[in-house]
Design a protein around this ligand. Structure first.
Ligand code: ATP
Length: 314
């Protein structure tokens, strides 16, 4: 059964003076999924997220959020929360005072057990009583997420949520977002980190110059990618190079910008998946062990570069 849509956008346009930030955006985002919004600098991601949060209204087009049409007034249905350009926090208050104050602003009494719970979820229990003034960027991001969780979101909108996060912080954030989606909430996040998007998002939208150039399941994007460069490390680099050169559809890339040049053991090969399969089977037959085989740039990054280049070349 098709999932209901959390977001349905048709022909959304937003301009700032002469700048067309969004140029006819059509978008369907299903409930209960984590959607990644990616695109080059200035593509329109923050503008689009701002519309979802009711921070601005579209100039043209129709937007439905959680089944409700959003008009020209700056309002969004209940259950929509998140932040763009970093969370708004009070530096002179502690983490827990910030959350209590935000709960009060939303017209709810501060329930300190909920405050403690969301702080634990984002891994900030130890600094609950510390002033936010002394928080790092990553801690502020996590506190912003805690504030959003307190509102029990049905749609959570986050601009670059992994900004400034260390690996432990990232783990907390990923766990929290996955749990939210498992519980049926929809998460829409923008990121310049393709590895984060690959780790988190089942759905991806790529925007370039205010237009959608791809939207759909991330796996579909990977499948559509043709040839990729792969790092190949084997037990016999010389013999592997020879075999790669002889295998139809496989090319040895001599100078790869993305791989350290002083690593003589590592081979970079360019191939489609079927040609790569032939090479790997050939290596096995020749008794050459494969110790590492991975794309140099991820399928998402490759598609991103190809699709956004295409767009700017139009
Ligand atoms: N308030 C504003 N006033 C004028 N121009 C704006 C405003 N907000 C956005 N823009 C312009 O709209 C375009 C889209 O900007 P936006 O911030 O949405 O892009 P982005 O994809 O989030 O970029 P980045 O990855 O750099 O954050 C840019 O050309 C930007 O300069």
């Amino acid at each position: 059964m098709e999932r209901p849509l959390a977001i349905r956008a048709r022909g959304i346009t937003k301009t700032f003076g002469d700048v067309i930030a969004l140029d006819g955006i059509d978008l369907d985002m299903a409930e209960g999924r984590i959607h990644g919004l990616v695109g080059p600098n200035g593509a329109g991601k923050t503008t689009l997220l701002g519309l979802l949060l009711g921070l601005a209204a579209p100039d043209e087009g129709t937007l439905e959020i959680l089944g409700s049409p959003v008009g020209r007034t700056l309002e969004t249905p209940d259950g929509v929360t998140g932040f763009v350009d970093g969370p708004g926090l009070y530096p002179s208050l502690s983490a827990e005072q910030n959350l209590a104050a935000l709960a009060a602003l939303r017209g709810r009494d501060a329930d300190m057990s909920s405050v403690a719970d969301v702080l634990a979820q984002v891994g900030l229990s130890d600094v609950a009583g510390d002033r936010v003034r002394g928080f790092s960027l990553g801690m502020r991001q996590r506190l912003g997420l805690a504030a959003a969780l307190l509102a029990k979101p049905r749609l959570l909108v986050l601009d670059e949520p992994a900004n400034g996060l260390d690996p432990a912080g990232k783990k907390h954030v990923h766990r929290v977002l996955n749990r939210l989606a498992d519980e049926g909430a929809t998460v829409v996040l923008s990121s310049h980190r393709m590895d984060d998007v690959e780790a988190l998002c089942t759905e991806v939208t790529i925007v370039a110059a205010g237009r959608v150039v791809f939207t759909g399941p991330r796996t579909k994007l990977s499948a559509e990618t043709g040839e990729l460069d792969y790092r190949l490390r084997t037990s016999d680099p010389g013999a592997a190079r020879e075999l790669a050169t002889e295998t139809a559809g496989v090319r040895v890339v001599e100078e790869s910008e993305d791989v350290a040049r002083d690593d003589a053991e590592l081979l970079v090969v360019r191939a489609s998946v079927p040609a790569l399969d032939t090479l790997v089977a050939g290596l096995a037959r020749a008794g050459i062990a494969v110790r590492e085989l991975a794309p140099v740039t991820s399928p998402l990054e490759a598609a991103f570069l190809a699709l956004t280049d295409q767009e700017s070349a139009r």
